[in-house]
Design a protein around this ligand. Structure first.
Ligand SMILES: *Cc1c(COP(=O)(O)O)cnc(C)c1O
Length: 405
C-alpha cells in the first residue's frame, strides 16, 4: 500500500507531464476486478462508470484477460496488408449481430465517426455523382468525439472554442425536434448523424417517433442516416444496438466504447451498397483490426450473445431506474432518464459535488451535460450492487446538502 505522500508525489508528476485538459481525481488507480476498482492506497470503489461505458464485462474479466494474453503471445500486429484470423471472426460476428454487411475496424469512437463522415460524403459525391451534396446535419447537445471533424459534428460550442476553423459542411438541428431537421434537410444534405440516446449531452433518449421521422426525412431527400452508437451500442441499452429497440435501421452505424470490453477498438458498420463509397485506398488505419484488440472484442461479442445476457441488462437497468425514481435523498432528483444500463439522474448544479463525495465514500460515477449524474456500470452489474450504490449515493447527497451551497 502506498503512503499519501507517495501518491501526492505521483500526482504532481502526472499533472506536470500530462494533458492539462484533464482533471483527474486526487488518487491513483491500481487494480480492477468485476464491479470494483482499487487505488494504490488500498481503497475500494464500486464502479458505476466502467471507464465511461467501456468495461462492459466488468474489470479484468477472466475470459477477456485470457484472450488478450493468448493473442499477445501469438500475434500482435500485422497491419491491413494482411488479415488475421481473429480480425476476420470479429468482422463476421459484427455483421451477424447487426444490419451491416461490412465493417471497418479502427481504434476509437472519434475514428469510427470520421470514417462514417468520409464514407457518407464519398458515397454521395463520388459514387452517386451528387457533388452538390455537402452538408451533414447533426444535433445540438450531441457528442461525436474529439478529432476536428468529430468536434465539428458535435453540436456543443464548448468543444469548438479555440479550434476554429472547423470542418466545413456541418449544420445543427435540435434533438427530438423533427421540424428543425425538416428546415435544414434538402438537396445538399449528405447525411443526418445522430446518437439514439445523447450521452455526454445529458443522457437524453430519442423521443418516440423521432428516429422514425429522421429515417423518413433521409429517405425522402436521398440522405444517409448515421447512428453514432459509440455509447449506446454493445448491449448498453439491453439490445445489442439501440437502433433495434427503436425499430429504425440506419445506413451507417459507429461503435467503440464497450466493443473491446476495456481495450481501444472501434468499428464502422454499414451495408454493401453504402460501402461502395470506399474503394481501394480510400480509407485506412495502421492499427485498425489489431489482433489483440480483436481478441478482446471477440470475447465481448460472444458473451453478449449468450442466452439471457441482454435480458439481464434490461432487468437490472429497470431496477436501477426504479430505485433512482424512488430515492429519498437530501438533494431531489428532478428526472430519471435512459434505457437499459444507460441511465441519467438530473440533480441540478450540485452534480459535480455529488460525484466527488460519492467517490470519497466509495462509489464511482460521473456527470453528463453538467447537471446529470451518469450511471453506465458494467453490464454484469447485479441488483445487490445497485442497492449498495443507492446507499452510497444517498449518503453522498446528504453530505453535499449538509455542507451547503
Ligand atoms: C465517447 C463517445 C465518442 C468518442 O469516442 P472516443 O473513443 O473517445 O473517440 C463518440 N460518440 C459518442 C456517442 C460517445 O459517447
Amino acid at each position: 500500500m502506498m503512503s499519501r505522500e507517495r501518491v501526492e508525489a505521483q500526482l504532481e508528476v502526472g499533472d506536470r507531464t500530462g494533458n492539462p485538459g484533464y482533471a483527474p481525481a486526487r488518487l491513483v488507480m491500481e487494480r480492477g476486478q468485476g464491479m470494483y476498482l482499487f487505488d494504490t492506497e488500498g481503497r475500494q470503489y464500486l464502479d458505476f462508470l466502467a471507464g465511461i461505458a467501456v468495461n462492459c464485462l466488468g474489470h479484468c474479466h477472466p475470459k477477456v484477460v485470457e484472450a488478450i494474453q493468448g493473442q499477445a503471445a501469438r500475434l500482435m500486429q500485422v497491419s491491413n496488408t494482411f488479415f488475421s484470423d481473429v480480425q476476420i471472426r470479429v468482422q463476421e460476428k459484427l455483421t451477424r449481430v447487426s444490419f451491416g454487411d461490412r465493417v471497418y475496424l479502427c481504434n476509437s469512437g472519434a475514428e469510427a465517426n470520421e470514417a462514417a463522415i468520409k464514407l457518407a460524403r464519398r458515397r454521395q459525391r463520388v459514387v452517386l455523382g451528387q457533388t452538390g451534396r455537402s452538408t451533414i446535419i447533426t444535433f445540438k447537445g450531441s457528442f461525436h468525439g474529439r478529432t476536428l471533424a468529430a468536434i465539428t459534428a458535435t453540436g456543443q460550442p464548448k468543444y469548438h472554442e479555440g479550434f476554429e476553423p472547423l470542418m466545413p459542411g456541418f449544420v445543427y438541428a435540435s434533438f427530438n425536434d423533427l421540424g428543425s431537421v425538416e428546415a435544414l434537410i434538402g438537396e445538399d444534405t449528405v447525411a443526418v448523424m445522430v446518437e439514439p440516446i445523447q450521452g455526454e449531452g445529458g443522457m437524453v433518449p430519442a423521443a418516440p417517433g423521432f428516429l422514425e421521422g429522421l429515417r423518413a426525412l433521409c429517405d425522402a431527400h436521398g440522405a444517409l442516416l448515421i447512428f453514432d452508437e459509440v455509447q449506446t451500442g454493445m448491449g448498453r441499452t439491453g439490445r445489442m444496438f439501440a437502433y433495434e429497440g427503436y425499430g429504425v435501421v440506419p445506413d451507417i452505424m459507429t461503435v467503440a466504447k464497450g466493443l473491446g470490453g476495456g481495450v481501444p477498438i472501434g468499428a464502422m458498420v454499414s451495408t454493401e451498397e453504402v460501402f461502395k463509397g470506399f474503394v481501394r485506398g480510400s480509407h485506412a488505419s495502421t492499427f485498425g483490426g489489431n489482433p489483440v484488440m480483436c481478441a478482446a472484442a471477440e470475447v465481448v461479442l460472444d458473451e453478449l450473445a449468450r442466452p439471457g445476457f441482454l435480458e439481464r441488462v434490461v432487468e437490472v437497468g429497470g431496477y436501477l431506474k426504479e430505485r433512482l425514481e424512488g430515492l429519498e435523498s437530501a438533494i431531489p432528483i428532478k428526472e430519471v432518464r435512459g434505457v437499459g444500463l444507460m441511465v441519467g439522474a438530473e440533480v441540478g448544479g450540485q452534480a459535480g459535488r455529488i460525484v466527488e463525495r460519492a467517490r470519497e465514500l466509495g462509489l464511482i460515477l460521473n456527470t453528463a451535460g453538467g447537471e446529470v449524474l451518469r450511471f453506465v456500470p458494467p453490464l454484469i452489474v447485479e441488483r445487490g450492487d445497485v442497492d449498495r450504490a443507492m446507499e452510497l449515493l444517498v449518503a453522498a447527497m446528504g453530505d453535499v446538502a449538509a455542507s451547503g451551497a
